[in-house]
Write a new protein. Structure first.
Length: 352
């Protein structure tokens, strides 16, 4: 049976509660509590108050009692409650961290959450919270390769200097080739993304050949000059250099950043360089292709166009690459390098 609860409100309390219930800047819980008390002052039943306020009947009784005991101020603060479970001791947290960062027993390579929970006697969720709080991810691994180039520091300073303080009246280009781009055609059409289901494509495909993309990334403007060729020998590289030479306005000095691929240092390439005095080659250290700015463009091209693409042939693949380069150049932005050369050198020195 519905219960009638009488809450007495004077003019001052009614005015303050009305202001709270209509103030959009107040927390929603304060507005809701003020509405409950205002509806109670109209001598409505608990069921009716709960229906209009959208709460349960125990909630109505709770805030009616709180108002009767403490007034309007009682509606604006929550009572403190003891935690449902005591926090884990510091020693247990330290044990979890030490185990996670140590070698696991047996033939496994890393700790799992369940293995740590079993070894420490706590819940799996507790282990996961400790890992999250301390940014530990034992299931992940990254690869690295240290450069043993004896001129590592000098080359880093040279390349980073071009990025952060490019010479006046010059063009800084990052050159490289992305070889063996496969024209793969899936055997069935892709399935689009849907709520609860990611996009899907068949695991089998038909190969239609490969192409190589030569690219020159303009650091100052962010644009790309690209040419697709069948192979990536010194002959194709010289043809690409001629295309870049024709695209860059005359009177501009060209600083080209390249990696240590043998094609870039071929005797015929060096002879071409001697015939074009406005060109200067700057080589990145060995095993440090991440220093080449064009690698970021190649990464975006792979992720956004090639990896999920399906192509009926090499011509179709090359056309897709050209369209992507054209779209990239239409919204290009200058390349920004933020880490000084000294920080890079010191970080590499710290590696084991």
């Amino acid at each position: 049976m519905a219960q009638t609860v009488c809450v007495r409100l004077d003019e001052a309390a009614t005015a303050r509660l009305t202001a709270l219930a209509t103030d959009r800047s107040c927390p929603l819980k304060h507005i809701l509590r003020a509405r409950i008390v205002l509806l109670s002052g109209e001598r409505l039943t608990v069921q009716e108050i709960a229906r209009q306020a959208g709460v349960s009947r125990p909630a109505v009784w709770r805030w009616q009692q709180r108002y009767a005991e403490e007034g309007v101020e009682g509606l604006l603060r929550d009572k403190t409650r003891p935690p449902g479970k005591e926090p884990l001791p510091a020693g247990t947290v330290a044990q979890v961290l030490a185990l996670t960062c140590s070698e696991p027993p047996g033939a496994v390579t890393h700790w799992t959450g369940r293995a740590v929970a079993e070894a420490t006697g706590i819940a799996l969720r507790s282990v996961q919270r400790i890992w999250q709080a301390n940014r530990l991810q034992p299931h992940r691994i990254r690869t690295f390769k240290r450069s043993h180039d004896p001129a590592f520091a000098e080359k880093v300073e040279d390349v980073v200097g071009l990025y952060m303080d490019p010479p006046a009246h010059a063009v800084v280009l990052s050159l490289d080739e992305k070889s063996q781009i496969q024209a793969l055609e899936r055997t069935r059409p892709d399935l689009p993304v849907a709520p609860g289901h990611p996009a899907a494509q068949t695991h089998d495909y038909t190969r239609h050949g490969t192409t190589t993309l030569f690219a020159a990334f303009d650091v100052l403007h962010g644009t790309v000059i690209g040419r697709c060729m069948q192979r990536h020998r010194h002959g194709e590289f010289i043809r690409f250099l001629n295309a870049v030479e024709a695209a860059v306005p005359t009177g501009k000095v060209i600083h080209a950043i390249l990696d240590n691929y043998a094609t870039h240092m071929h005797p015929k390439v060096r002879a071409w360089l001697a015939r074009h005095p406005r060109w200067t080659f700057h080589f990145t250290p060995t095993s440090a292709s991440w220093l080449n700015a064009v690698e970021g463009f190649f990464s975006a091209l792979t992720r956004r166009r090639l990896r999920r693409g399906t192509f009926t042939g090499v011509v179709d693949l090359q056309a897709a690459i050209k369209r992507y380069i054209a779209e990239h150049n239409s919204r290009a932005r200058p390349f920004t390098w933020t880490k000084p050369a000294a920080q890079i050198v010191s970080a590499v020195v710290r590696l084991p």
